[in-house]
Design a protein around this ligand. Structure first.
Ligand code: ZN
Length: 303
């Protein structure tokens, strides 16, 4: 249901566009079009943006990119939003009885060979689904107003309660990431997707749904963190094996390796702490020894 309009940029639009370019582009070098990113109607996921949220998203989406298809081939086919605003159609009411309100973005593409086919597509009026990726910190039940991130309620999205459709009301956008055109929706839920941007966001999203959409930046961040975590676990394993060899020489190296390989990070930390504690105190205190255990030369003791 997305409407794409295209036009040549006037000088005001060109000025806006050139805020995002390395050198000033001329009107002939850019192709501009406008697109409805999202609106205040309940979407196919049973979610609805508030008008205030759309207004905030209009600010957040300026400067953000749009990609065409989710394929790598579209890597260089990126449009950029240079302006965005709310448009209200007073003659049209949503299912909730509000005036239809949409977030309309103005975007540009470079007119080059790589984008020629795409521009022809847009010129030809090819309809594409638009999906937007943004982070919302407010999710409330439309029936009882419950905070769905923290409390939840017994109402189910899609059911009718007292003649009203139960849905999720999305508010308080915290960031906008990108929009994308997909010729054929890749997922049954294609449409508006709300991406999680931080670990607490991901936890919240997972508490509310089995699916969570992540932005590329978050995926890269998580990949980095996962690599750091793996490296830490590897070090813990090496420490555990080394300590086992020292303190439990009866244990074969292979067996120690096998035991250690099954432990997760928390278990390894506890295991190593116990082994280190054992390493730091004598197992049998010589009768003649004086002073604290810390003073003893560990080589004196037998395990
Ligand atoms: Zn509810």
């Amino acid at each position: 249901m997305q409407k794409i309009e295209k036009s040549k940029p006037d000088s005001a639009a060109l000025d806006q566009i050139n805020r995002f370019t390395r050198r000033a582009l001329t009107a002939d070098e850019v192709y501009t079009f406008s697109v409805i990113l999202c609106d205040n109607e309940v979407d196919r996921d049973g979610e609805r943006f508030t008008v205030e949220a759309l207004q905030k998203l209009a600010e957040l989406f300026v400067g953000k990119t749009g990609i065409f298809d989710h394929h790598a081939s579209g890597k260089n086919q990126t449009a950029r939003i240079y302006a965005a605003a709310i448009v209200v159609d007073e003659s049209r009411r949503t299912s909730q009885g509000e005036p239809y309100t949409a977030l309309k973005a103005e975007a540009y593409l470079l007119r080059n060979e790589g984008n020629a086919a795409l521009i022809a597509d847009i010129d030809g009026g090819i309809k594409k689904e638009v999906s937007v990726s943004c982070s919302m910190s407010g999710r409330h039940c439309s029936v009882c107003g419950a905070d769905l991130y923290h409390d939840g309620c017994s109402h189910r999205t899609g059911e009718m309660v007292d003649g009203k459709l139960c849905h999720v009301v999305l508010s308080e956008p915290t960031d906008a990431y990108e929009f994308s055109f997909v010729a054929i929706p890749a997922q049954p839920r294609a449409g508006v997707t709300k991406a999680a941007s931080t670990l607490p966001d991901i936890e919240k999203a997972l508490a509310a749904s089995d699916e969570v959409t992540l932005t590329r930046a978050v995926c890269e961040e998580l990949t980095r963190k996962a690599a750091a975590g793996e490296s830490y676990q590897k070090k813990l394993r090496a420490d555990a094996v080394r300590l086992s060899h020292t303190l439990l020489p009866e244990l074969s190296g292979t067996l120690a390796d096998r035991i250690v390989s099954r432990l997760d990070v928390e278990e390894l930390e506890a295991f190593n702490a116990a082994l280190q504690k054992r390493a730091s105190r004598p197992l049998c205190r010589p009768q003649t020894a004086a002073g604290s255990a810390d003073d003893f030369d560990s080589s004196v003791y037998q395990i």
